[in-house]
Ligand binder design. Structure first.
Ligand SMILES: *[C@@H]1O[C@H](CO)[C@@H](O)[C@H](O)[C@H]1NC(C)=O
Ligand SMILES: *[C@@H]1O[C@H](CO)[C@@H](O)[C@H](O)[C@H]1NC(C)=O
Ligand SMILES: *[C@@H]1O[C@H](CO)[C@@H](O)[C@H](O)[C@H]1NC(C)=O
Ligand SMILES: *[C@@H]1O[C@H](CO)[C@@H](O)[C@H](O)[C@H]1NC(C)=O
Ligand SMILES: *[C@@H]1O[C@H](CO)[C@@H](O)[C@H](O)[C@H]1NC(C)=O
Ligand SMILES: *[C@@H]1O[C@H](CO)[C@@H](O)[C@H](O)[C@H]1NC(C)=O
Length: 554
């Protein structure tokens, strides 16, 4: 951000405080509960707030994940239109699934603050802006995107926290869990370095207990056995649709309450509101905020304000007129409003009695196979050093390159395989906890690296750096026989290092140690979220790269 703007923000803050405009109290975690500054327990009476982006329905998109998003916190007119309804619902948190860090959010964030509403923000974006289930990595491009978003939002007092992923881990890809935990570790360290108390969270898909409960415990455990919080999430969200129709506390939530009764950090329902037995009565609200559940849960997020267009408009509680000006509320809305108006959860236990522990990590089982050895912190300067030295470089002919990255990487790795080389350096395996030296680098640098290896193996025959016109010879590269390999050794001298990330690239100031990593984090504001498997009633949302197939170690 440019200094002049920072100064203006500082002046504005001073001006507001002189006017006596009070920001919302800070919410922080003690042990497994949330408290406001004055020591009162804080419960989320929330709602999902994001219009659905484009959902292309096909076999490669089993969760109906959107490929675009609309940042709901950047549209001041829409916020002004909706906030009276959010107030009417008496919500105190909106959950937002994807935001564009290049846009201005001042107006919406201020209006929400004035309305007593915090924002809980997911850091992932559709397509390549999230941890890929099929070829996971925790790499500079994602870290950069996440930190840009944090930098954009850290000036607002009403940011409750950031989710590092939503439903990224499902029951068949539990080996990607170390990448999610590494993301939480690095985001947490970054927030601490900025003296931010914003919470770090993950929102989980519901599922069989061996997988679901073990993942929850894995994300809040300390692999070192030192009772340290450094790799633990602060808030675990469960996207829970168990209460359908009339529901009942024991019948709908009994087993889930049991599973989380001794959980060590904050737990809440990051989505709720089953649609399979209409009408939605929202009677689960009374259960969730009753003393039967408040010693385990800190409230929840009703899903959702806007309808899910890909699921026949289900889940929504309002319709917006085609000119975007008028809100029509539904009976669902009215029932939720009545339920939310009635809740009065206990203000206990006290803050002083809430202490935190971080147990050792759960044993793996047949349903959960994640290693407790986490990927390293993505190292912008080490990857940038390597990138500038490589002999054959990926030069996409279009700015929209992410769709060909996977194909080209597969091609290059296939060629290396035939040459008795391999792609282990760019891969990783979350089950064994073995990560290639370049696993934390931007996918474009990984591709240039394997292209360079192929080019060097072929005695620098220019043809071997062509890749259909996607590769360019770097005339400044050192000429040794295995230059790429040597550059990796010298640039990435400590491949398993974890450290506090510096400011993201291009942010100016802040003591950044970043080199030339790619990934501006500006994915161009497109559009958004949700959807779902309307039959089972669990939302699928965001996440997922479609085709960023990067090799994994076998
Ligand atoms: C988990 O995600 C992978 C990758 O998107 C998908 O192929 C698989 O079907 C999913 N598993 C379940 C149980 O949904
Ligand atoms: C919103 O629009 C959908 C689809 O047109 C319709 O079924 C539903 O009744 C509408 N809801 C309200 C509250 O107007
Ligand atoms: C996603 O891909 C686009 C190009 O298609 C790129 O501009 C953007 O930086 C990428 N985002 C991440 C997080 O890698
Ligand atoms: C990027 O390329 C893909 C595949 O060629 C295409 O479907 C998509 O619409 C493009 N996106 C943009 C923003 O041009
Ligand atoms: C780059 O690679 C893609 C994927 O293999 C291919 O479709 C394209 O023709 C290549 N060349 C250019 C100039 O994009
Ligand atoms: C960054 O890029 C510039 C210009 O391309 C180059 O001179 C410099 O050495 C690079 N720095 C790193 C750390 O790669």
């Amino acid at each position: 951000m440019i200094p002049r703007f920072a100064a203006a923000t500082a002046l504005l803050t001073v001006a507001l405080s002189l006017l006596g405009v009070e920001a919302l109290p800070k919410v922080s975690r003690s042990g497994r509960y949330l408290f406001t500054d004055d020591g009162n327990r804080f419960y989320m009476k929330g709602i999902g707030y994001q219009e659905q982006g484009t959902v292309v329905v096909d076999a490669n998109n089993p969760f109906g994940e959107p490929s675009t998003f609309v940042d709901p916190l950047s549209n001041s007119e829409a916020c002004a239109r909706d906030i009276p309804f959010l107030k009417d619902l008496s919500v105190n948190v909106v959950r937002v699934y994807s935001v564009d860090s290049s846009l201005n959010h001042d107006s919406c964030m201020k209006a929400l603050d004035d309305a007593g509403i915090y924002a809980l923000i997911d850091l992932s974006l559709p397509l390549n802006g999230s941890i890929d289930r099929v070829s996971p990595s925790w790499s500079t491009n994602l870290l950069d995107q996440y930190l840009h978003t944090i930098d954009t939002f850290s000036k607002y007092p009403n940011v409750l926290g950031y989710n590092v992923a939503n439903e990224a881990v499902n029951s068949t890809v539990t080996q990607i869990s170390p990448y999610v935990k590494a993301a939480a570790r690095d985001v947490k360290a970054y927030l601490k370095s900025k003296s931010s108390s914003a919470l770090v969270g993950y929102a989980a898909i519901d599922g069989s207990v061996d997988f679901r409960n073990t993942l929850a415990n894995y994300l809040s455990c300390d692999p070192s056995g030192q009772n340290s919080d450094s790799t633990s999430i602060d808030i675990y969200g469960l996207n829970n649709y168990e209460w359908c129709g009339e529901g009942s506390l024991q019948g709908s939530y009994g087993a889930t309450n049991d599973a989380f009764k001794d959980y060590n950090v904050v737990a809440y329902f990051s989505e709720f509101g089953c649609v399979t037995q209409p009408p939605r009565l929202w009677t689960e609200v009374a259960a969730l905020f009753s003393s039967d559940m408040t010693n385990i849960w800190s409230g929840g997020i009703a899903f959702s304000y806007f309808p899910a267009t890909s699921a026949g408009g289900s889940f929504g509680m309002v319709n917006i007129s085609s000119d975007g000006k008028t809100v029509t509320t539904s009976d669902d809305y009215t029932r939720l409003k009545e339920q939310y108006a009635k809740v009065s959860p206990p203000n206990s236990p006290s803050k002083s009695s809430a202490t935190a522990t971080y147990p050792t990590c759960p044993a793996t089982n047949s349903a959960f196979v994640a290693s407790t050895t986490l990927p390293p912190t993505p190292d912008q300067s080490a990857c940038g050093c390597l990138s500038s030295t490589l002999s054959c470089q990926f030069k996409p002919s279009t700015a929209n390159y992410s769709t060909i990255l996977g194909v080209l990487t597969d091609t290059a790795c296939g060629l290396l395989g035939q040459e008795n080389l391999n792609c282990d350096d760019i891969g990783g395996n979350g089950q064994t906890g073995v990560y290639g030296r370049l696993s934390g680098c931007d996918p474009t640098i990984k591709l240039s690296y394997v292209m360079s290896q192929h080019y060097e193996k072929n005695n620098r025959d220019a043809q071997a750096c062509s890749f259909g016109g996607n590769g360019t010879v770097n005339p400044l590269a050192p000429s040794s026989a295995s230059a790429a390999n040597s550059a990796a050794s010298s640039c990435i001298s400590n491949p398993s290092a974890t450290f506090v990330p510096g400011a993201p690239s291009g942010s100016g100031g802040g003591g950044s140690s970043n080199g030339n990593g790619s990934g501006s984090g500006k994915n161009g504001g497109v559009a958004l979220v949700h959807d779902r498997n309307a039959l089972v009633g669990m939302t699928a949302v965001v996440l997922m790269g479609i085709a960023s197939a990067v090799w994994t170690l076998v």
